[in-house]
Design a protein around this ligand. Structure first.
Ligand SMILES: Cc1cc2nc3c(=O)[nH]c(=O)nc-3n(C[C@H](O)[C@H](O)[C@H](O)COP(=O)(O)O)c2cc1C
Length: 214
């Protein structure tokens, strides 16, 4: 890690991490991984390696796809990262269907659950297993629902909202058709994608919940 130079814009954050007892890293899933800036922050934390003992690292990842299965892979990396840095892993709050979450109302059920989870963590130092599961729901979409979606997809039933958005933003019919065709092609790849994911996960026992749960 001697190639890593501390990024000046991140030094303020690393300083704050250095003085904190508990740190929550919250970020969106980008291309099944993390945004580059987050990666850069994690790398800059190597400068604090050996000085982080006793600190708790808690993570929160949100993604747009419906299944919480999507961010689960990165949780494994976060566990390893925390261990390598010498901090304590306090778990990971993961959730799908969060595109546009900034438009959620403050009293929406999901934000209330996040808040409650934080309250409990603040009081007990543990993540509430039941709330974590509720936040992560659906972990996977049932196979029957996927089959129905596959059958209905060519009719264009799921594209209505996006078609409207494209029209509102002046995207041409040809451009739309091309985009929808591409989307349907990628949709057709989903069963194969899940088969690979499921076979990878089959070897992981008790993977669904992060350590740190009460
Ligand atoms: C560059 C980029 C890559 C993304 N990659 C994924 C992805 O691989 N899987 C996923 O479920 N969501 C992905 N998303 C969606 C974000 O995770 C989602 O938009 C975010 O969690 C919600 O925050 P927002 O409302 O600010 O977009 C991506 C978004 C962007 C901008």
């Amino acid at each position: 890690m001697n190639l890593i130079v501390e990024h000046s814009a991140l030094s303020d954050v690393t300083e704050r991490i250095f003085v904190a007892n508990k740190v929550l890293f919250a970020f969106p899933l980008y291309v099944d991984s993390m945004p580059g800036l987050v990666m850069e922050l994690f790398e800059s934390l190597y400068n604090l390696k050996g000085k982080l003992s006793g600190k708790e690292f808690l993570f929160s990842i949100q993604c747009a796809f419906r299944e919480t299965l999507n961010p689960r892979f990165i949780e494994r990396y976060l566990m390893k990262l925390t261990e390598r840095l010498g901090a304590d892993y306090a778990g990971c709050i993961s959730r799908g269907v969060m595109e546009g979450e900034r438009f959620l109302s403050e009293d929406s059920q999901i934000l209330q659950r996040y808040r409650k989870l934080g309250e409990i963590y603040g009081k007990t130092g543990k993540q509430d297993k039941d709330l974590l599961e509720k936040i992560a729901d659906p972990e996977r979409i049932p196979l029957a629902a996927k089959a129905i979606a596959l059958v209905l997809s060519p009719i264009g039933i799921f594209g209505k909202y996006w078609k409207r958005q494209l029209k509102t933003n002046g995207v041409s019919e040809e451009g739309m058709t091309d985009l929808i065709k591409k989307r349907n092609e990628s949709f057709a790849c989903i069963p194969l994608y899940y088969k690979i994911l499921q076979s990878e996960l089959a070897s992981e026992k008790n993977w669904k919940l992060s350590p740190g749960c009460s």
